[in-house]
Design a binder for this molecule. Structure first.
Ligand SMILES: [Zn+2]
Length: 192
């Protein structure tokens, strides 16, 4: 039975690596999969899902204007496809997660979403909130804070290591760095 999966974590936990590994497992068994990632600039199409350990694969992109049910349906009609993988799933809209749920139910294809749970202010991303509500199966990808506890939060900090508490949920191309922390150390860092 096809299911909607949500693999969530904080930053730098190795989500893309796990996505690529899972897609590779399908490929080894002679099954093709459809890879999608968020479109951050104006170029639709040829994006790449890359991981920090150096592996990567070509991927299609999604933007907020896409109907993902139809996009997946078209891909399935064009060529055999055993599974859909979505990276940066936190950037899906509420409606798009429903489109994915419909694709799982009506097209009977498994969809594996990988994304961040909360932003640097400790708030759920819209895509992640809806995935937490609708997914058939969820799995936390764990990483650790500098203290050794599980990291569940992320801080956005400037080049001097000062935590930023304001700003847009998505910031592309700045000099900010993201650090994953446990809640206690995140609270200390952002003064909460
Ligand atoms: Zn800690």
């Amino acid at each position: 039975m096809a299911k909607l999966y949500f693999h969530y974590s904080t930053m730098n936990a190795g989500k893309s690596t796990l996505l690529l590994q899972a897609a590779h497992n399908y490929q080894e068994r002679g099954m093709e999969s459809y890879l999608l990632t968020a479109q951050f600039d104006n170029r639709a199409g040829d994006a790449r899902i890359g991981s920090r350990i150096g592996i990567g694969r070509e991927a299609d992109t999604f933007s907020l204007s896409d109907d993902l049910f139809y996009k997946i349906k078209k891909r399935i009609n064009d060529a055999p496809c055993a599974c859909v993988f979505i990276d940066e799933a936190q950037f899906l809209s509420h409606e798009q997660v429903w489109q994915l749920a419909r694709a799982v139910d009506d097209l009977k294809i498994p969809i594996m979403c990988y994304g961040l749970r909360v932003d640097f202010q400790g708030k759920l991303f819209p895509g992640s909130a809806t995935l937490l509500a609708l997914s058939d199966e969820m799995r936390e990808i764990k990483t650790i804070c500098h203290c050794g506890k599980k990291a569940t939060m992320v801080v956005r900090q400037d080049e001097n290591g000062v935590a930023l508490t304001d700003g847009a949920q998505v910031q592309i191309g700045g000099n900010e760095a993201y650090v994953s922390l446990c809640r206690k150390h995140w609270r200390e860092k952002v003064d909460k």
